[in-house]
Design a protein around this ligand. Structure first.
Ligand code: GRF
Length: 187
């Protein structure tokens, strides 16, 4: 059984979609959902789904071994970032395979501060004809790790950032679980 940890800071609709996709999977289990925000909706979703949670603050995450110890104790094979906003510290990158989803076609519209609606607004403001998703490995810089998978959606002239967000979320729900499945089960 391969063990997956999910890190999320916000609503967690991707985390839930991934958990539902792997519900009852014989080869892969979602072990725990980690968050830096005690009041993030992802925590409620995890509880409803019966998945363990761990919440940490900056001190714990950047200056202690608590998260590392927990991941090791659970024998986690891969860490998935699904809307996790803090930079991943070196000790996690050195010890785990870590994969992120970004709601645009990297290398465009990435980097510090480029998250959520800010990304979609920038894409619309620049008159882009396409946006999409990028699933990539995580290194010590925001959104710069090796790209694993991308999928595109078309942007119509009248689309608002919210319209783009909907199209991008649809791509995320469709592709992220399948890419995780391939990464985990073919390794
Ligand atoms: C997603 O668009 C994902 O690409 C990103 O943050 C958003 C999280 O949404 N990096 P949710 O919390 O999964 O609903």
């Amino acid at each position: 059984m391969k063990k997956v940890a999910i890190f999320a800071s916000g609503s967690g609709s991707n985390a839930e979609n991934i958990a539902r996709y792997f519900n009852d999977n014989e080869h892969l289990n979602i072990e725990c959902i980690y968050s830096n925000k005690p009041d993030a909706y992802v925590i409620e979703r995890a509880k409803k789904l019966g998945i363990d949670t761990m919440v940490f603050d900056r001190e714990m995450f950047y200056h202690s071994n608590k998260v590392l110890d927990d991941l090791r104790q659970r024998e986690v094979d891969i860490v998935i970032l699904a809307g996790f906003l803090w930079l991943i510290p070196g000790y996690l990158i050195r010890n785990f395979k870590i994969v992120n989803i970004h709601p645009a076609l990297l290398p465009k519209y990435g980097g510090k501060g480029m998250y959520g609606n800010r990304v979609h607004k920038a894409v619309v403001d620049n008159g882009e004809k396409y946006s999409g998703i990028t699933i990539h490995y995580v290194n010590e810089k925001y959104d710069e790790g090796k790209i694993i998978f991308q999928a595109k959606c078309e942007i119509l002239p009248d689309d608002s950032p919210e319209d783009v967000a909907k199209k991008v979320h649809k791509l995320e729900y469709e592709h992220f679980p399948k890419v995780i499945e391939q990464l985990v089960l073919n390794s």
